[in-house]
Design a protein around this ligand. Structure first.
Ligand SMILES: [Mg+2]
Length: 237
């Protein structure tokens, strides 16, 4: 009954005007429950699910060189095998893709990491399904998406604070946006404008508070879309 009441309150707290909120979780199952709720409310084809990659979909737990030393920093992403963050992830992702939801990945990674990113998303981790975004659904690809560059805000400014110039480095290939370190809220917004797609609901999952805050900032006053941001901390130390 308590559960029923809290989900009722959650539904009631959103109006048709649309809103954005941030929820902290350690469980991917919370994310998929919300995805299902929004799919029922707006239709699966009107719901977009956006996953960060590092420590959200994939995590590198063990990576030792043959000499026994540990690989650290960004080098890990090139050379080390990764694992799925949770056992249920691949099946749940495939399930929502087959139900008609739109799914993309949005990573801060840049062009130099495209090859290892493709390799790790497409790798069979033991007997699990692969994490594929290409054609889920079929979306255009862009070798360059221009995203406004941001700067640190002054005390009296409301973020995001813009530099007044764009970065043309971000790319969107095979359903993966390589944001190249740009502001994820602005990157997502610009990508959707380029694609010409509008959604009634967006679910965004990321392990960094800066990113969930950035997406929240951009979408909190966008009347037409209901946005659920999940700060996923299962693999944060
Ligand atoms: Mg991450």
């Amino acid at each position: 009954m308590k559960k029923l009441l809290s989900s009722l309150l959650l539904v009631l707290s959103f109006t048709s005007l649309g809103q954005s909120q941030v929820t902290t979780t350690l469980e991917m199952s919370d994310v998929f429950k919300t995805v299902d709720m929004l799919g029922e409310k707006y239709g699966q084809q009107n719901t977009l699910v956006v996953f960060d990659i590092d420590d959200t979909l994939l995590v590198i737990e063990h990576c030792q060189r043959p000499d026994g030393s540990w690989t650290r920093g960004i080098g890990k992403l090139f050379h080390c095998p990764s694992e799925h963050t949770e056992d249920i992830l691949a099946n749940e992702l495939r399930r929502i893709q087959e139900s008609g939801y739109s799914t993309i990945a949005l990573t801060a990674r840049g062009a130099s990491l495209i090859k290892p990113t493709k390799r790790e998303l497409a790798r069979r981790h033991f007997r699990k399904k692969t994490l594929i975004f290409k054609g889920k659904p079929h979306l255009k690809e862009f070798n360059s998406v221009s995203v406004p560059r941001t700067r640190r805000c002054k005390a009296d400014e409301i973020p995001p604070c813009l530099k007044g110039e764009d970065s043309d480095k971000p790319k969107f290939l095979e359903g993966v946006m390589y944001a190249n370190g740009t502001h994820k809220g602005l990157a997502l917004k610009r990508l959707l404008e380029e694609l010409g797609d509008t959604y009634s609901a967006i679910v965004f999952i990321d392990d960094r508070k800066k990113n969930t805050d950035d997406v929240h900032e951009v979408y909190k006053n966008q009347g037409s879309v209901e946005v659920h941001n999940f700060l996923y901390l299962r693999h944060r130390d």
